[in-house]
Design a protein around this ligand. Structure first.
Ligand code: NAD
Length: 314
């Protein structure tokens, strides 16, 4: 039985990870500022004696924390809507926040995992994206606050590893979806699902021909658990390789929810990548991992979750 710190543990992915770690009989401390997460995501765990929640912003010096064996850093706003609203907070989480958590890992000789993103590849010129691809990132654009803060986090994590301060791993997460994503955070799946359930228009930016690949959260968490078991030091992509156009996604969700929603088209936001798809060769070789859950199966669980929210919650 190990003790893990999950920074961002009250968020969408973080709360699923916390649940899985507890189910494997580990002790978990979730550290979260609740800036984009919610206590609702972890309220069902509060009576578990092996679970402890601390509300704290990782960009500020950390409170006293007892020895931990491993740290998962998922603490960062992640939605494109946050890139403007929470731009400075994102950069502080990726820089000061990652530094504080790495120092904690160094103190306890704990393993550290950085949750990075496919955004480090920017608007890629290579498909699918292999981990060795260095990316095509605009370092001053609107999306740069997120892309560059994750690139900085990766750089700092790699430095701590090279200096022998801590054993570290990096995952690059591609679009992941499932229950507990914020309804109103602007990401495609929660927005389309919620709107479709309430017969509200589904807004597509651009023509909808841009493709995305979507990984269900249970698959992703299985990959993260395998990262902890294998602890590789090189970055690893985690995601799904099945590409779908945004228009196709809208139509699938409309059908699954028997929705009357119309599809409306708006201009494409700055820097929106036209295509993103992971090369999973490394994940298959090192983690013996690949996603198993089909889009339809994952969406069934996701639709069920969003049915619980009335229209005024958006
Ligand atoms: P989320 O917003 O639901 O979770 C992030 C959590 O971190 C939230 O609970 C938030 O309150 C917390 N947080 C943010 N800044 C913090 C800070 N300074 N101190 C403490 N807590 C803070 O988003 P998510 O989709 O669950 O993303 C989790 C991680 O995975 C993020 O680091 C994100 O960049 C990464 N990621 C997610 C996706 C995806 O498709 N969901 C894709 C790529 C990368």
């Amino acid at each position: 039985m190990s003790t893990f710190l999950v920074a961002g543990g009250a968020g969408f992915i973080g709360s699923h990870l916390v649940e899985t770690l507890l189910a494997s009989n580990h002790s978990v401390i979730a550290l979260d500022s609740l800036i984009t997460g919610s206590e609702d995501n972890i309220s069902h765990l509060q009576n578990n004696p092996h679970f402890h929640f601390i509300q704290h912003d990782i960009s500020k010096p950390l409170p006293a924390i007892d020895k931990v064996d491993g740290i998962f850093n998922l603490a960062s706003p992640a939605s494109p809507m946050d890139f403007e609203n929470l731009s400075v907070e994102i950069m502080k989480a990726g820089s000061f926040g990652t530094y504080h958590l790495l120092e904690l890992a160094k103190k306890y000789q704990a393993w550290f995992m950085m949750a990075s993103t496919s955004e480090v590849y920017g608007d890629p010129e290579v498909h699918p994206q292999h981990e060795d691809y260095l990316g095509n990132v605009n370092c001053t654009g609107i999306r740069s606050v997120y892309d560059e803060s994750k690139r900085f986090s990766e750089s700092l994590t790699s430095t701590y590893h090279r200096k022998g301060y801590a054993r570290t791993s990096i995952i690059r997460i591609f679009n992941t979806y499932g229950p507990r994503m914020r309804i109103n955070d602007g990401r495609v799946i929660p927005s389309f699902t919620f709107c479709a359930l309430h017969d509200q228009p589904l807004t597509i930016f651009g023509k909808g021909t841009q493709t995305r690949s979507f990984c269900f959260v249970d698959d992703l968490v299985r990959g993260i658990i395998s990262m902890e078991k294998n602890r590789p030091s090189i970055p690893i992509n985690l995601g799904n390789t099945i590409e779908k156009s945004v228009l196709e996604v809208a139509e699938t969700i409309r059908t699954m929810t028997s929705s009357q929603s119309e599809i409306v088209f708006h201009g494409l936001p700055e820097g929106d990548p036209k295509r993103r798809c992971p090369d999973l060769t490394r994940a298959k070789e090192i983690l013996q991992w690949e996603p198993k859950i089909s889009f339809e199966e994952g969406m069934k669980k996701t639709v069920e979750y969003y049915k619980n929210f009335p229209l005024h919650t958006s």
